[in-house]
Design a protein around this ligand. Structure first.
Ligand code: SF4
Length: 348
């Protein structure tokens, strides 16, 4: 434990650790509180006490991919598929603005129905509302990323889930780790703020593998980092797998804050699905972003990445009021700015 305390101090001061040091802290259950406390100090110093709210619009649950852990996977016949119309997506964005959100996150499976033309139209219409736009729609060509960027998209979430080649190949059939990395690099080149992250609990995943994920996030200078535990979905090949370790995921969030101090890090819905008040705990362990759902009605339930997803019966107005109250109780406040990454070497 004494070694862990020294390592946490080193991480807090230098924001650098070696692979073995990161793996050691990830595996050290006893250091969770100290890690969280150090991450909370770094969070306050680098990104402040405000919490960014991003309104999440889940606009299609159609996906051409077949990831073994995901309820939206192509081969899952037990899910009701849906696509929102262009007008409905823009209307949800308009409502998100009414709730006071400055950013909307447009999220879907990899659904090629949403072509360059369709998506660019939607992006332009939402930009005209004065919103910041994050896309989370999977792997596309450089030309598509460029067109979306030129239409006004600001940020892009493309979680790598794991940087381990064997693990990636095992659970992302038909996909290539090299493609994922190339897409991430292209998004960076095009000037997006880029988000990535780890899925904790893939069978066979080791602490060293997760530590290598973190070093890769540092190497690409990731702007946003979203991590969550595997929540087995009975309609997927990993339905019988062990759930991901919530506490390990919390230690990972804290290490990400210590080692990428400027990054925007969400307290993800998956963390609360596994633990009551999980998002508050994670907001006190290094996170500074929450993504309340703006999707309405039955579509919330149908966007079934994993079972037991929280708040599916709530309205977007409920989510807004609930999250604001919970943030206040933590002694934090809802950010009023657009929520871009705060670089230490320049004013926002
Ligand atoms: S993780 Fe993404 S790409 Fe994979 S099946 Fe689910 S929605 Fe599709």
């Amino acid at each position: 434990m004494a070694v862990s305390v020294d390592l946490i101090a080193k991480a807090e001061q230098t924001h650098r650790l070696e692979l073995a040091e990161i793996a050691g802290l990830l595996g050290e259950a006893d250091c969770e509180q100290q890690l969280a406390a150090a991450a909370d100090r770094v969070r306050s110093a680098y990104v402040g006490d405000d919490v960014h709210l991003r309104g999440l619009i889940e606009f299609s649950n159609v996906c051409r991919r077949d990831c073994s852990y995901c309820g939206l996977r192509r081969d899952n016949t037990r899910i009701d598929r849906y696509r929102l119309s262009e007008d409905d997506i823009v209307e949800l964005a308009r409502k998100a603005k009414g709730y006071g959100y400055r950013t909307v996150v447009l999220q879907s499976g990899e659904d090629l129905y949403f072509s360059i033309d369709r998506l660019c139209r939607i992006i332009r219409r939402i930009k005209a509302l004065g919103m910041v736009i994050t896309l989370s729609i999977g792997e596309r060509s450089y030309e598509e990323y460029q067109a979306f960027r030129e239409a006004g998209a600001d940020r892009y979430l493309l979680r790598i889930e794991t940087t381990d080649p064997a693990l990636y190949a095992a659970f992302n059939p038909g996909m290539q780790l090299a493609d994922r990395i190339r897409c991430t690099e292209e998004l960076k080149t095009l000037g997006y703020e880029v988000g990535t992250g780890t899925l904790v609990g893939l069978p066979g995943q080791t602490m060293e593998m997760i530590a290598r994920d973190i070093l890769w996030y540092q190497a690409i200078d990731a702007d946003m980092l979203g991590v969550g535990p595997l929540i087995p979905n009975a309609d997927t090949p990993l339905g019988e797998a062990e759930p991901g370790d919530w506490h390990l995921t919390r230690r990972l969030v804290s290490l990400l804050r210590l080692l990428l101090p400027e990054a925007n890090i969400p307290a993800t819905t998956a963390m609360e699905t596994m633990m009551p008040h999980g998002r508050e705990i994670i907001l006190n362990s290094g996170a500074n972003v929450v993504m309340p759902n703006v999707t309405e009605g039955d579509y919330r339930r149908k966007y079934a990445l994993y079972p037991g997803k929280i708040c599916v019966a709530d309205t977007p107005a409920d989510c807004r009021a609930c999250m604001s109250g919970r943030i206040k109780v933590l002694g934090r406040f809802v950010a009023q700015d657009e929520g871009f990454r705060r670089h230490q070497d320049r004013e926002v």
